[in-house]
Design a protein around this ligand. Sequence first.
Ligand SMILES: [Fe+2]
Ligand SMILES: [Fe+2]
Length: 274
Amino acid sequence: MQILQISDLHLRGDGRLSFRKVDTPACLRVMADYLHALSPSPDAVVITGDLADSGDERAYHILYEALSDLPAPIYAVPGNHDRRDRMRAILRGWVPEESPVPPRVCHCVDMGEVRLVLLDTMEPGSHSGHCPESMARWLDTCLQEDAGRPALVFMHHPPFLTGMGVMDEPFEGAEPLREALARAPLARLCCGHMHRPIFTLWGDRPALTSPSVSMQIDLDLRPEGGDAFRMETPGYLLHHWDGARLNTHVCQIPAAADFSGPHPFADSVNPLED
Ligand SMILES: [Fe+2]
Ligand SMILES: [Fe+2]
């Protein structure tokens, strides 16, 4: 069972460069060609947020067009740059029509022996992560339904500190989330938002973040760091369940990376919904 996680496309559909530097439709084309050629194909693709750069509906149409014919189901949750109303309207089949925790985009899907639980930590107008108690309770129910089953819990914002300067922001509602994970010994927390692969323990659970398929945050561990990016090689995570062990592989997408940077994050928008 192979679950492929991509994150932080920051796709624009208006012909402009993301953060005045990155041709994200070009990044998408490289990634889409690569995913279509993968053999074997993954059993599912999970996108952990920041699909669009500023919630632009054209970006979601471009993304849907590029990936919807992959021979695997796709599941997506929003990041702080997304609009969940537009994701619901355009990304048909990628987000559930009805959420167990409205208005948040939450899914619980079984892929063979592995349970996928997707949480929506986006709060319109906010850059940081939010987990209302109702979503933590729903997660707990999902995980306790079959506590002997390995579970991958996906969401955009990591609730743990990473040392990456200004990207380390308070996460609202972390404690009930931590408690739900503490009761699920086979759960692994898989996030986006940091645009770098990071591995840690949160509570006693393995927790990690995915690289971006567009731009990587410059690794600057000073308090003022985390606010710029480099054009490093794009990447993704492959979670592989072999029937006894869940391994997470950090993978690269062959692309003409020039490692330029650090480029400041400018023109960053966290969209509000209508
Ligand atoms: Fe992002
Ligand atoms: Fe983000």
